[in-house]
Design a protein around this ligand. Sequence first.
Ligand SMILES: [Zn+2]
Length: 255
Amino acid sequence: MRAGGLPILTYHAFDTSGSVTATDPAWFAETLSALTRAGFQAVDLASWIARGRPVVERGYALTIDDGLQSIFEVADVVARHRATATVFLVTDRIGGDNAWQGQPADVPRGPLLSWSELESLEPLGFRFAAHGRTHVPLDRCDDRQLDDELRGARNAIEQRLGRPCPLFAYPYGRATPRIRQAARRHFAAAFGTRLDTANHEQDLHQVSRIDAYYLRSRRVLDRLVTGRLQGWLRMRRTLREGRGAMTYPFSWRLA
Ligand SMILES: [Zn+2]
């Protein structure tokens, strides 16, 4: 990680279940308070991309994958900090649930936001982006289905919410060169699960993020707010890459 990288934090569910994909709403509130106390400000991800990914002193970005209703547990926290959070939506499942095929058994099932609930979150600082139509791992799609997953999700969001949809997050973080090439046709930028801060040197269709799973301890949060996260992230990356073929059961929690 290089100096000046933007920490783009990735969340999924907000509850006290202790699941690997869940964040305690109280800890989320403490995380934003710690960042604000340290002088950090949330940046709007789409505008940061549109501005060419500039270095932002004491900036961070919030992303939330899947669009679960538990976002309401933290909506007031986001609003209070005048933050924006980008929510990556699974458009065929909006108003349904996250029990899609391939969802690991130990990820709690939960309801997803409806279109009208999405609109109610906009004034609080939430922005919406695409995470595929069905959350299928894109490396299992042929070219036609791949295009349909990307284009269909973007069109649904643009038509229902009446706003452009320039951003995409890969389901399960799976982004082969073929998938990235397809993402390039439909989106200004796409986000994976490589554990790093984000900077303008990265592939615009493989922008790094930091899963909230790694920010569960006070010690790591302290590293983030004091600008000492880099060495720690490098060490975690080495551990993940060292798992080699063992990474898949682990990697879904980072998607
Ligand atoms: Zn997801």
